[in-house]
Design a protein around this ligand. Structure first.
Ligand SMILES: C[S@@+](CC[C@H](N)C(=O)[O-])C[C@H]1O[C@@H](n2cnc3c(N)ncnc32)[C@H](O)[C@@H]1O
Length: 221
């Protein structure tokens, strides 16, 4: 896909600002709990409160939701809970070297139900491959959705052995039950926990549809 120079410049500036913001938040190498699409912050604020030793970082593209999340965090007076406006894959590439994921949470992601929009779904084998590069053995991935077809697609990647860097663990506990806005609206839902295996990660990048690849295609772990 060809991109207009003006668009490329806008994206480059946005990515540079995001890198500066993330570096300020994470000045030293450390493990983090990353929630993707944190919405109104119900889950992460409670999780950070119950796990004061964990550095919790929620990312969302919606500013209004992040503002609400921040207010919840402030009311709870939490110093280990942070919210950032970013597209998930851009955030991933903005991470400084040495920042690793001890947990990744994806709760009720946008399902993109139409077949022609399937490519917009975040949870694809290349996503798992990319995040594996920043996740040590034993790191956890938590996924919950009320969209059965999206769930089946993701569990199919594991069942087909398409993601050697992660293994589904049906026995793993769900560490905290906290209803989110979208969970409250759901008639039922499915949950999946995966654990990082010892399989080496192939350095790879992830790019949201419609955006140019990052200048450095892979993120140094
Ligand atoms: C269906 S809502 C779920 C929100 C929350 N997790 C919950 O359970 O209530 C999906 C959230 O993901 C955010 N989102 C969608 N695409 C995203 C992306 N590419 N990067 C970061 N956030 C994204 C949306 O703005 C929205 O807040």
């Amino acid at each position: 896909m060809g991109f207009q120079p003006q668009f490329l410049e806008t994206i480059a500036q946005r990515r540079s600002a995001l890198r500066a913001e993330v570096s300020a938040l994470l000045p030293a190498p450390r493990p983090i709990v990353w929630e993707i699409g944190c919405g109104h912050g119900h889950f992460l604020v409670r999780y950070a409160g119950e796990n004061p030793a964990k550095f919790c970082l929620g990312v969302d593209i919606r500013l209004d939701r992040l503002e609400r999340s921040g207010r919840k965090r402030d009311r709870a007076q939490l110093g280990n809970c942070h919210f950032l406006r970013a597209e998930a894959r851009e955030f991933f590439h903005a991470l400084p070297a040495g920042v690793t994921f001890e947990e990744i949470w994806v709760l009720f992601p946008d399902p993109w139900p139409k077949a022609r929009h399937n490519k917009n779904r975040l949870l694809k084998p290349e996503f798992f491959e990319a995040i594996a590069g920043r996740a040590g053995e034993g790191a956890r991935f938590y996924f919950r959705t009320d969209h059965s077809e999206y769930f089946r697609e993701v569990e199919g990647f594991f069942a087909a052995g398409e993601i050697p860097t992660w293994r589904r663990d049906p026995a793993a506990p769900w560490p905290l039950e906290q209803e989110t806005v979208f969970q409250a609206r759901a008639a039922s839902y499915h949950s999946l926990v995966a654990v990082r295996t010892s399989h080496p990660a192939r350095p790879t990048g992830i790019v949201a549809p419609g955006l140019p690849p990052p200048a450095t295609p892979m993120s140094p772990a």
